[in-house]
Design a protein around this ligand. Structure first.
Ligand code: 5RP
Length: 219
């Protein structure tokens, strides 16, 4: 199977976590795009969706799925999203699509985070994928210097402006042995909006697309 076929398989498999008449938290990315297509097939059975990005919102809207503002929702049953890396502790790196800040916010409101990935995203130690950090534009150089002090090599993602009007630094060469501590440390740098580590709030379930079928890992 191609990587996109594996993504499609997990996108559709995630439907089984969607409760009737519920509001669904929806992530961002090429794997989630398959989940959005799947959600379109049951749109009459759900109340609507909360999107973690403008891109996902557009896609949901195009399929006629009602969009809700997160501020009007107390709790979501599920949040479904992809990841750039996931380790055996269900900790992730996200933000390859520059959407991780809103993804963290929507995930925070959800009881269960269902992570949908193809098997290339499974790792033992996070950090081969450069860690995305969303930064207030005027703090770019200061934050970059602080990230160098932590041992990373930050690179400005040219031409990318997040949905929140900020910039992204991708940090190379971190071997992230202690994701929770690293997530807190980077978030404490003044000027950082959010980093792409999802360790304080990891996934509850991972659906992994493999050539042998979709595997379910529970956290
Ligand atoms: O965090 C994300 C976007 O900010 C995505 O979930 C992550 O980049 C995975 O994307 P894809 O499903 O396209 O491989």
């Amino acid at each position: 199977m191609t990587q996109d076929e594996l993504k499609k398989a997990v996108g559709w498999a995630a439907l089984k976590y969607v409760e009737k008449d519920s509001i669904v938290g929806v992530g961002t990315g090429s794997t989630v795009n398959h989940f959005i297509d799947a959600l379109g097939s049951i749109k009459a059975d759900i109340e609507g969706a909360v999107a973690s990005s403008e891109a996902s919102a557009q896609r949901l809207k195009a399929l006629g799925i009602p969009l809700l503002d997160l501020n009007s929702v107390d709790q979501l049953d599920v949040y479904v999203d992809g990841a750039d890396e996931i380790n055996p502790h269900m900790e992730m790196i996200k933000g390859g699509g520059a959407a991780h800040t809103r993804e963290k916010i929507v995930a925070a409101v959800a009881k269960n985070f269902i992570c949908i990935v193809d098997e290339s995203k499974l790792v033992d130690v996070l950090g081969d994928f450069p860690l995305p950090v969303e930064v207030i534009p005027m703090a770019r150089s200061y934050v970059a210097r602080e990230l160098v002090k932590l041992g990373g090599d930050p690179v400005y993602r040219e031409g990318v402006v997040t949905d929140n009007g900020n910039i992204i630094l991708d940090v190379y060469n971190f071997k992230i042995m202690h994701p929770v501590e690293m997530e807190k440390t980077i978030n404490n740098i003044t000027g950082v909006v959010a980093n792409g580590l999802f360790a304080l709030r990891g996934a509850n379930v991972a659906l992994v697309g493999t050539n042998e079928g979709v595997k379910t890992i529970e956290g």
